[in-house]
Write a protein of this length. Structure first.
Length: 115
């Protein structure tokens, strides 16, 4: 059974930074991050395709968030800079065996940005 374990969430002031980490017990073709704010649907944040090394970002300020990782270690990171209160959400790590298909999910880590 594949397990994804996230870490790095917390409370930060607006303008601050956080780095989320996710370690998987399995190997995948894609790994990425989603987020879900209170009362809103889950949205794609960023993903990395291990087969080609390409990255893709969701439809918001791409320059503030950077996804990276270590394929050999089955680990993915999300560096978040210049955080805003609207970035407050539960951030989920996800992984899959096909491009743009996420099958496995972590339990989520809370990110709260205070104004």
């Amino acid at each position: 059974q594949v397990q994804l374990v996230e870490s790095g969430g917390g409370l930060v002031q607006a303008g601050g930074s956080l780095r989320l980490s996710c370690a998987s017990s399995g190997r995948h073709v894609v790994m990425g991050w989603f987020r879900q704010a209170p009362g809103k649907e889950r949205k794609f944040v960023a993903g990395i395709n291990w087969s080609g090394g390409s990255t893709v970002y969701g439809d918001f300020e791409k320059g503030r968030f950077t996804i990276s990782g270590d394929n050999a270690e089955n680990t993915v990171y999300l560096q978040m800079n210049s955080l805003k209160p609207e970035d407050t959400a539960i951030y989920y790590c996800a992984a899959g065996q096909m491009i743009n298909t996420y099958t496995y999910w972590g339990q989520g880590t809370q990110v709260t940005v205070s104004s």
